[in-house]
Design a protein around this ligand. Sequence first.
Ligand code: ATP
Length: 368
Amino acid sequence: MTDKTFQIAVLPGDGIGIEVMEAAIEVLDRLVARMGGFQLAYEHHRAGAELYRETGTDLPDSVWKACEEADAILFGAMGLPDVRYPDGTEIAPQLRLRLDLDLYAGVRPVRALPGTRLPLADPRAAEIDFVLVREQSEGWFYGRYHPDVGPRSTRDEAYDIGRITRAGSVRLFDFAFRLAEKRRARSPKKGRVTCVDKANVHRSLALFHQVFWDCAKGHAHIASDHCYVDAMSLNLIRKPWEYDVLATENQFGDILSDLGAALIGGMGMAPSGDVGDAHGLFQPAHGTAPDIAGKGLANPTAMILSAAMMLDWLGERHGLPQCVEAAALLEHAVDRAFASGRIVTPEFGGKDGTAAVTRAVLETLGTR
Ligand code: ATP
């Protein structure tokens, strides 16, 4: 039987997006050669702020189409502080892809890697392993997606429109409960969904909150609870190891995922996936980091772990256990590279940059 070949649209983007993407592709090539059972066919595309500066287009139609047709999208990072749309906002084609491809669930795993020196002194910090599931089609980003909706802003008065719908919340929570089920199957310590909102203040979030409890009834075998976002900001510093799946509104998810990244060492350690019912886009949680771009200092771990998330998603979606296994193998290789103490990246006080991390992961991939 011939191997299944997945078409992957590769969009490295700008700044360190290009550097970490190269690292991830090198690692994926080694992994696929080792595993067998499936192949990855990459199609590289230019998109982002540099392209916008040169041509006035950040996401050409042909690239949009390639993303729509691909089995998955691997995305580096896009945007540069000095390149802006006419309305002053930063170039962010990822927002368009999120909306057009209906990538409603932003999946942001926050897992402490073995051997890393974490900012929290409590030894339980080594057990940090939760996933933020961020709603991405509405919430407080709704006004950015639909700038013509709502009252008009003036020079002296500005409005942002937030929107929560029952349907948008139901699909988010169902996604979160399914994820908790999957995590419980992999570890008996897991299997809980916590709704994070501000239902005590905003009507929209009171609806979000109500829908959560309605959905929880349909998933009674999974534990469920609730926390206001302000209290969650406190708890994620005091006891992040207690959480499993956090389901939250768009903007709160955006903010808490940076907090989550800080808990495990920084943006270079935080992978993510933007997932819908028909498409998946996988990218590190970080931006283009112009301050370190071109210096070989970018930590590719987040990008490599995002590639592992892509394999897991593809494998589950297409019923291909080798692909799910490859994802686990890659995660394990990254863990072992850090656990061995051979690599210490700048976030952890060391000097190992992109090439050193890539080399260490390639080495551990080659050994059991
Ligand atoms: P965006 O708004 O696009 O998310 P940002 O400007 O908020 O971007 P980043 O580009 O993610 O943020 O950078 C934030 C900080 O984290 C910078 O100091 C950057 O150097 C650092 N950083 C981000 N990604 C990495 C990485 N992969 N390796 C090392 N440091 C990183």
